[in-house]
Design a protein around this ligand. Structure first.
Ligand code: PAN
Ligand code: ZN
Length: 196
């Protein structure tokens, strides 16, 4: 434990996701997420016409990354799609398998979770809902609504983030805007739809 860390409080704005007095710690644009979306033609044409939208941002409470501490941060995923696939986070495993707790603050979304053993689960994330991510489950959050999706996540300070496996093989399911609402589709089928 860092003996210099005193108890503190932050102001949480449920409407914007800001975490005062802290500033934005992360901004990910479409160009930062190469390969994440199934429809590469849609990615290319957005980038070619100069549109490189911000997909999501995060505010971090600045807790030290030392064992025993609990990191917490808000994420704001804008509403939108790339092709028919909803805006989402890159998704990751934690280097050290450990749990994480998500709390919905505003908007409507879906969490995709996948275990190292091939298990899959999806849970809706919305205000008044908390989603528990057990140790060893990769997680990605998808904004399935028309407003920004805002949530708070808390995880162990020594968990670390491993993006490589997800960048390599993605999640087994993708979330698309369907005729009647969000549709969870097998990743292979989603790719087939784009290329076929
Ligand atoms: C979250 C995520 C945040 C951004 O705080 O880090 O939503 O998503 P990516 O890290 O996948 O870009 C969390 O799960 N932290 O562990
Ligand atoms: Zn995480």
């Amino acid at each position: 434990m860092n003996p210099e860390t005193r108890p503190f409080r932050v102001a949480l704005d449920f409407g914007t996701g800001s975490l005062t007095p802290f500033g934005e710690s992360l901004v990910r644009r479409l160009s930062d997420m190469a390969g994440s979306y199934a429809d590469q033609a849609a990615v290319d044409s957005l980038l070619a016409c100069g549109a490189d939208p911000v997909i999501y941002r995060a505010y971090d409470a600045g807790v030290p990354h030392q064992p025993g501490h609990l990191i917490f941060r808000t994420t704001i995923i804008d509403a939108g799609t790339v092709g028919s696939e909803f805006f989402m986070t890159k998704g990751h495993h934690h280097d050290r398998d450990s749990a994480e707790l998500y709390l919905g603050m505003s908007g409507q979304g879906l969490m995709l979770m996948e275990s190292r053993e091939g298990g899959f689960s999806s849970e809706e994330l919305a205000p008044h809902a908390a989603v528990y991510v057990p140790p060893g489950w990769a997680h990605r959050t998808v904004n399935t609504g028309t407003e920004p999706l805002i949530f708070l996540a808390a995880y162990f300070a020594d968990a670390g983030h491993d993006y490589a496996a997800i960048e390599r093989s993605g999640f087994s399911r993708r979330v698309h805007r369907g005729e009647t609402g969000p549709e969870l589709r097998p990743a292979a089928a989603a790719l087939g739809e784009v290329t076929g």
